[in-house]
Each structure stands twice: as C-alpha cells, then as structure tokens.
Design a protein around this ligand. Structure first.
Ligand SMILES: Nc1nc2c(ncn2[C@@H]2O[C@H](COP(=O)(O)OP(=O)(O)OP(=O)(O)O)[C@@H](O)[C@H]2O)c(=O)[nH]1
Ligand SMILES: [Mg+2]
Length: 114
C-alpha cells in the first residue's frame, strides 16, 4: 500500500439495514453522496486497491452498508447512492430511510489514538 496514511484496508462486511449493523469497536466514517458520483471508486483510490469496493458505470451499484477496516483503527462505510440510483422507487425510499437512520442514530465509539 503506497499511501502514508492508509496502512491497511480490508473488507469487513455488508449490511442491508441499520438494524442489522453490528456493534463496532472503532469510529466510523461514512461516504455519502449521489449515486454514481464515485464514492466506491474514491475508497479504492485512497486505499490503492482496484477492486476492494465494487463499482459500476450504472448508478445503483452499492446497495448495502459496506464496511472496510482501515489501519485497524477505524471503519469506512460505503453507502448506497442518495437520490437517483437506477432501482425501484421503493428501494430508493428504503435506502434513504436506512441512511438517515444511520446518520441520525449511529453512536460514536472510541476516539482514534496512536
Ligand atoms: N473519468 C473518471 N471516471 C471515474 C473515475 N473514478 C471513477 N470513475 C467512474 O465513475 C463512476 C462511479 O462509479 P462508483 O464508484 O461505483 O460510484 P458510486 O458513487 O459508488 O455509485 P453508487 O454505488 O451507485 O452509489 C464509474 O463509472 C467509474 O468508472 C475517475 O477518476 N475518472
Ligand atoms: Mg458505490
């Protein structure tokens, strides 16, 4: 890994709903934004890994909360696209609800140290 900041990065798991998220020991940083803006591509770029986060030219690729363990110290959370993914309106509505719940309710854990 060539970044001086990202020393390790590994896929942790995918979770379909806020309720299904596990308790985690690390702080979490979520990547949110319009569908197809490049959230998953940015994660791969920052980690210098081509295919850790799955990407697509079609909006609507990321459909779950996808967790990546960074530096064994925190998580990055790749979220579904906000707004106009090419999926059913009911699915977009569900993602909106799940993401807003996540952003509003997910608790902080320990601060980063070391
Ligand atoms: N030209 C250009 N295109 C890029 C670059 N990085 C990503 N892309 C393209 O931009 C699009 C973004 O795809 P994703 O990274 O899957 O976008 P996303 O925001 O995760 O999308 P969702 O998962 O649908 O919310 C893809 O077509 C990528 O190939 C870049 O540096 N340059
Ligand atoms: Mg994505």
């Amino acid at each position: 890994m060539s970044s001086p900041f990202i020393l390790s990065a590994a896929y942790k798991g995918s979770f379909a709903s806020y309720e299904s998220l596990p308790a985690t020991p690390f702080p979490e940083f979520a990547f949110a934004g319009r569908s197809n803006v490049g959230k998953s591509s940015l994660i791969n770029f920052l980690c210098n890994k081509k295919e850790m986060a799955r990407t697509s030219s079609q909006p609507g690729k990321t459909q779950t909360f996808n967790f990546y363990t960074i530096n064994e110290k925190f998580y990055w959370v790749d979220m579904p696209g906000y707004g106009f993914a090419k999926v059913a309106q009911s699915t977009r509505d569900k993602w909106k609800k799940e993401m807003e719940t996540y952003l509003g309710k997910r608790g902080n854990t320990l601060p980063i140290s070391g």
